[in-house]
Each structure stands twice: as structure tokens, then as C-alpha cells.
Design a protein around this ligand. Structure first.
Ligand code: AMP
Ligand code: MG
Length: 404
């Protein structure tokens, strides 16, 4: 059986980024930029004042000196004056530096009279100027391909007048729930019926990372129904199914996928929960068959599907970073399996991350998922952790640039 890490690596090696499209900056936040962004101009574009004040030559500015004013430049103003020896020009923040000046003296350090200004403090040459190109030089590689665009990156692209940006297409993910017992939310409850919550959980997880869910509804546990729905699902960029992959007598999902030319890459991962997860490819289309138990469905999505979708959308950070967190209480586990424990995460007074089980770890308990802020990785070769032991943990929830 594949290990947790082997399964992740195999999945990531199997999937490829989707085609590139151009989108407007307005639609770009949260998406990964598809190419390196190279500065096409310096930033700032010209030397300009960082303060409201006076442009001067520092050598003229002994404290107490009064200089006649030789003009006024507002932000966005034209350069129609210069600073000759022994003179000053009134200037606003962002206005271009007039020729001849080498320093800005802020208002607060002067006393203004009509047509002249008295310098009060000491003046250091070069103060309060934003130099052309001091922030970014033309040719600088300023955003790396695969970086998630945040407001800061959008700001930069906008300041380069790049109104469109290349990103990878949003991945369209077909979601198929399988099971004779399943009912849709709006159907009147029948005896023995289970409401299909997995489709909603998966759709939410898909939308959370900027991908596009396609809800295919429910396939029944028979070959005809599965054939019809799985065929439809294979038209999407990715097909996700839930349930019907265990060893039950009506678990046909893998059989029908094989019939539909999906090459199975693996079935079963040495983890708990989520062991019966299967993964296959048909051409460029990955197919994930997730176990049906709602907790297992969500955890296997988080651990195995999410990174694959991010790769397809061109992200460079695929896996969430692992924190070292201290366990608050001892934990027993089954030897030989990697356990993905749902944990409550807190920071102690020292700012260290502290974890404790978020509740009953039985996969039937959805409540524990609600109370969990993270997933702790408990190693296969351990059957016990003591209070105070440090564990690898990643957080649950939406991604930031670092992939948290
Ligand atoms: P299975 O993998 O088919 O053995 O299903 C495992 C458990 O998950 C069973 O109790 C199912 O009723 C439940 N289950 C399967 N699919 C869903 C679904 N879409 N929504 C909620 N529960 C489900
Ligand atoms: Mg079933």
C-alpha cells in the first residue's frame, strides 16, 4: 500500500497545469500568475518628493537661513521652475523634483512667509526624496510564476499599467456522489436515506481555492447509473467521486472507471481516515475516488485533491506548510498507519502552537471536523505520543500566499 507521501507525490507527478488565459486585474485576485512578471519601467517613474515641503540645495540650508521661493509644484504638476543657488521651490508629496534641488525640507521643519521660507532644523542632503527606480528597476523579476496574486501584487501590476494578467484557467471539477441510500437536500426524507452532504462539502472546498465545481448529483450503485454519470464527469478537467470504493458488495466505482479507460494509478493509501482512496488518469484528466464517509471525503480532498487542483491552476506552493505544534495530552494510535488527526489549535502565552484532539476521532463524527482547525500527522511507526511531544500540523481553511 502506498504511503501518504508516495500517494501525494504520484498525484502531483501525474497532473499538469491547464491552459493559460488573460484576465483583467479585477478578476485576478487569488489566482496564480502564469509567467514571471518583469518590471517594464522603474518605480518610482521619476525622482519625487516624499513630503509636503520645500525643494532645496542642502548646502544652502544652514539652520535659520531664509530662502526666496522660486516656484510651486503640486503633485501631478509640470516642472516649470528650478532651484538655483540660495533659492527654494514649494513642493507637494509625489511632485517631481525640480532641477537643481537635492533635498526636501518638510513643512514641519520650516517657517513660511509670503515668497520665502526659513529653514529651522538641520538638513541632510538627499532627505525625503523618492528616487527614480529605488523601489523597482526595469528588468527586475518582481513576481515569480506561480505566485498567488494578492492585493499587493495587483497593486504592482496596476502601477506598471498591466491591466490584464496571464493566469492558468480555473479547473472545472465534476463532483459525483454515489450510493443507493443518498437523497438530495430538498427531497422528503425516506427511511434509511442519507442526505448527500459530500457534494456540498466538496463544492465548497473547490470554490475556496478558486476552482469551479460542476455538480453531477447522485449515481446509484449499479453499472448503468455509474456509466452514465461517470462518462459525463470525465468531460470536466477533474472528476471527483465519493463513496463506492471500499470492499462492499456494491462498490462498483473502480470497475466502471476501468471500463471507461481510466488507468488506475493506485487504490488504498496507508492512512486513517481515507484508506480506500483511489486515483487514476484518463489522458490528462485525473480521477479521484474518495471514500464516502463525509469526514474521510473532506480529509482526503484536503490532503490529496487540493494540491493537485492547485498545480493544475499553476500554483507553485501546492502543499500547506507543516508547523511543529506541541501536544497537550497523550494520544494512542494504531501502529503502522499514518493517522490524520483532527486537532484544535491554540497559541499559548509564548505564542507557541498547542494542539489537542478536536474530539472523537471516529470517522463517523462530523462534529470533530467542525471543532478542528488543523490536521496533525501521526507517524506510522508510532503507537503513542506523550503530552508535550511535537507533531507536524497543517491548518485547515482557505489558502494564503504561503499556502496555510
Ligand atoms: P461507502 O464508501 O459507500 O461505504 O460509504 C461510507 C459511508 O458514507 C456510508 O455511511 C454512506 O452512507 C456515507 N456517504 C456516502 N456518500 C455520502 C454522501 N454523498 N453524503 C453523505 N454521506 C455519504
Ligand atoms: Mg456505498
Amino acid at each position: 500500500m502506498l504511503s501518504y507521501y508516495e500517494a501525494r507525490d504520484l498525484i502531483i507527478a501525474s497532473v499538469q497545469p491547464l491552459a493559460v488565459e488573460k484576465v483583467s486585474l479585477f478578476d485576478a485576485v487569488g489566482r496564480a500568475v502564469a509567467e514571471d512578471i518583469i518590471a517594464n519601467q522603474p518605480l518610482p517613474l521619476f525622482d519625487n518628493s516624499a513630503m509636503d515641503g520645500y525643494a532645496v540645495r542642502a548646502e544652502d540650508c544652514v539652520s535659520g537661513t531664509t530662502l526666496p521661493l522660486n516656484g510651486y509644484i503640486p503633485a501631478g504638476g509640470k516642472l516649470d521652475c528650478q532651484v538655483g543657488p540660495g533659492t527654494a521651490v514649494k513642493i507637494m508629496t509625489g511632485a517631481p523634483m525640480p532641477p537643481g534641488a537635492d533635498t526636501i525640507v518638510p513643512f514641519e521643519e520650516t517657517e513660511e512667509a509670503p515668497d520665502k521660507v526659513t529653514i529651522l532644523g538641520t538638513v541632510k542632503k538627499g532627505d525625503h526624496i523618492r528616487w527614480k527606480g529605488e523601489d523597482i528597476k526595469p528588468g527586475d523579476r518582481i513576481i515569480e510564476a506561480g505566485t498567488v496574486l494578492r492585493p499587493a501584487e495587483i497593486s504592482l501590476l496596476a502601477s506598471f499599467s498591466m491591466s490584464m494578467v496571464k493566469v492558468h484557467r480555473r479547473v472545472r471539477v465534476a463532483i459525483l456522489s454515489t450510493g443507493d441510500e443518498l437523497q438530495e437536500l430538498d427531497e422528503p426524507p425516506v427511511e434509511g436515506g442519507i442526505v448527500n452532504s459530500n457534494s456540498w462539502a466538496l463544492a465548497a472546498a473547490i470554490r475556496e481555492i478558486g476552482a469551479e465545481p460542476v455538480l453531477l448529483g447522485i449515481a446509484r450503485d449499479n453499472l448503468e447509473s455509474l456509466r452514465e454519470k461517470l462518462t459525463l464527469g470525465l468531460q470536466a478537467d477533474v472528476l471527483l467521486t465519493s463513496a463506492g470504493v471500499s470492499a462492499g458488495d456494491r462498490d462498483y466505482v473502480r470497475d466502471v472507471l476501468e471500463e471507461l479507460d481510466v488507468e488506475q494509478k493506485f487504490w488504498k493509501i496507508n492512512i486513517k481516515p481515507g484508506k480506500p482512496t483511489a486515483f487514476g488518469m484518463r489522458g490528462p484528466t485525473p480521477v479521484f475516488s474518495l471514500p464516502g464517509n463525509p469526514v474521510s471525503t473532506m480529509i482526503t480532498f484536503e490532503e490529496f485533491v487540493r494540491p493537485a487542483l492547485l498545480k493544475m491552476m499553476g500554483h507553485k506552493t501546492l502543499h500547506k506548510p507543516l508547523f511543529k505544534a506541541r501536544l497537550q495530552e497523550p494520544v494512542k494510535k494504531k501502529y503502522d498507519r499514518l493517522q490524520l488527526m483532527r486537532v484544535a489549535v491554540e497559541l499559548n502565552e509564548a505564542g507557541e502552537m498547542i494542539i489537542a484532539s478536536a474530539g472523537d476521532q471516529n470517522t463517523g463524527i462530523l462534529r470533530t471536523m467542525i471543532y478542528a482547525q488543523g490536521i496533525a500527522l501521526l507517524a506510522p511507526d508510532r503507537d503513542y505520543y506523550a503530552a508535550g511531544d511535537k507533531l507536524d500540523v497543517h491548518l485547515l481553511g482557505a489558502a494564503t500566499a504561503l499556502g496555510y
